[in-house]
Design a protein around this ligand. Structure first.
Ligand code: LLP
Length: 463
């Protein structure tokens, strides 16, 4: 097994050498003279000492470079207007919203909560797009009043919008359609096939477009589709571009001047060495070219092109540092090493059987010699973060660092077993700023209410 571990990582972390979504480690990751992992100029082991464990460590440089790789690719390959929207479901918090907005991105939100977060981060409503297959009336009202664009998903919503809009501002509406395109990703994160809960069925196209023509009080801006997430193939997005351009042509024949075309997100990232996603540049190039060609053959003007990457913007920018604790050796079978978090801070392995890569931050130069399985601390046998991985010899107290945890980790975190959610720090050029405070035990009972008849039954509790 020898030096495999260290060599592998070196090959996947060269600054700016390739697309951010193809990196295992954040761009600024390096091993210092003491064999410790540094990110954003900060020693990961020391960060854990200072900010506690587990800890999400988000590398500002990687996130910014990913935003720029998207922007530059569109400037290069798409001759029309474009807008990159960050899909904030991947990780929604004030700092991340503010940062991607500084890089020129708009934001895709899917709930009143995500909308509120983006607005509080001062993101311009003109760059906010509100998704969701069952928005409440309250959420629709909030969206209309905020001035963001609503991506309408179904008839109930369309009728509610028309009603809410009466006498008010003219809402900007985009229509979400199900394109009937299959892609090879986990079934839970596929959305483009016809049997999906999202969007209008394409068989209703004429009906929806006719409805739009009859409601000029709404500003109809365009169409949207999203086919799934963690996709490595390019063909589905190429097909999507053609299908959506045909829809644009159909709308224009009915006299609907749609100007925007939103192709969703979905580009995958490298979680382990064997993952091989296309680069951000290739993804943008292929889509841009196929839209340009399709527009030409359908004789429709180039639309403003929008896309909504989540994972490929933020996934590779973050690592989660845990402290190793107990160990269980089952002779001839398996060695379990337990960490101080698990499915509550990263529910992806138990939900989607997702695989990850990990390193020991304080032993980066040691050869990988042990085959181990990393267990979380939850009361659930399935709470396994990484199965059968090679690590150097470790001791309790070592800092196990899981790579590629920026997308759908914090945003899907829970308090299962009443574990407080970890803190998150943003690192850059030797500086570390807390962007999410670690939850406390007091936070855990903040929403609890005790009916007065139960109060006398309370027993004194320990510290
Ligand atoms: N736009 C729409 C309408 C979406 O539904 C999604 C993701 C995106 C954009 C962003 O997709 P991305 O670029 O991140 O692939 N929790 C799952 C992923 C669910 C994705 C949901 N929609 C996971 O952890 O893998």
């Amino acid at each position: 097994m020898g030096q495999l571990h260290a060599l592998d990582l070196a090959g996947y972390s060269t600054l700016n050498a390739c697309s951010v979504n193809q990196q295992l480690l954040p761009l600024t990751a390096q091993t210092n003279a003491q064999g410790c992992l540094e990110i954003g100029g900060r020693n990961v082991t020391e960060l854990v000492r200072e900010f506690g464990s587990p800890l999400y460590i988000l590398d500002e440089e990687t996130l910014r470079v990913a935003c720029r790789q998207y922007q530059k690719a569109f400037q290069r390959y798409y001759p029309g207007d474009f807008q990159v929207l960050y899909a904030s479901k991947a990780w929604s918090c004030l700092a991340v919203c503010a940062l991607v907005q500084q890089e020129g991105c708009g934001i895709d939100v899917v709930s009143g909560g995500e909308l509120y977060t983006a607005l509080q981060a001062n993101v311009s409503p003109a760059k906010l797009y509100f998704h969701g297959n069952n928005k409440s009336l309250q959420e629709l009202r909030f969206a209309i009043e905020s001035g963001c664009t609503i991506v309408a998903d179904n008839w109930l919503e369309l009728h509610s919008i028309v009603e809410l809009a009466q006498g008010q501002l003219r809402p900007r509406i985009m229509l979400r359609l199900t394109p009937g395109i299959e892609c090879h990703t986990h079934e839970y994160i596929r959305t483009g096939h016809l049997d999906s809960k999202f969007g209008f069925d394409p068989s209703q196209l004429n009906e929806i477009f006719t409805f739009a023509c009859h409601h000029p009080s709404i500003e109809w801006v365009g169409i949207h589709a999203h086919i799934g997430s963690q996709i490595f193939e390019l063909q589905p997005h190429q097909d999507l571009s053609v299908v959506m351009t045909q829809w644009l042509a159909q709308a224009s024949k009915l006299g609907l001047p749609f100007n925007e075309l939103n192709i969703g997100g979905g580009l995958g990232i490298r979680y382990v060495e064997s993952d091989n996603p296309p680069s951000i540049e290739t993804w943008v190039k292929v889509i841009s070219e196929s839209i340009c060609n399709a527009c030409q053959s359908q004789q429709v003007p180039l639309p403003k092109l929008l896309c909504e990457p989540g994972r490929s913007l933020i996934g590779s920018a973050c690592v989660t540092a845990y402290t190793l604790g107990s160990q269980k050796v089952i002779p001839q079978l398996r060695t379990y090493l337990a960490v101080d978090g698990g499915m509550s801070d990263n529910p992806r392995p138990i939900t989607y059987q997702s695989t990850y890569r990990a390193v020991v931050a304080n032993r980066m130069s040691a050869p990988a010699s042990e085959l181990v399985t990393i267990a979380g601390k939850h009361c659930e046998s399935g709470d396994i973060l990484l199965k059968d991985i090679l690590l150097p010899q470790t001791q309790p107290g070592d800092i196990l660092t899981v790579l590629g945890t920026g997308a759908y980790n914090y945003s899907m975190a829970s308090n299962y077993n009443r574990l407080p959610r970890p803190a998150a720090v943003l690192v850059r050029s030797g500086e570390a700023n807390v962007i999410l405070e670690r939850e406390t035990y007091q936070d855990l009972i903040r929403q609890d209410r005790l009916p007065s008849r139960l109060v006398p039954q309370l027993l004194p509790v320990g510290p």
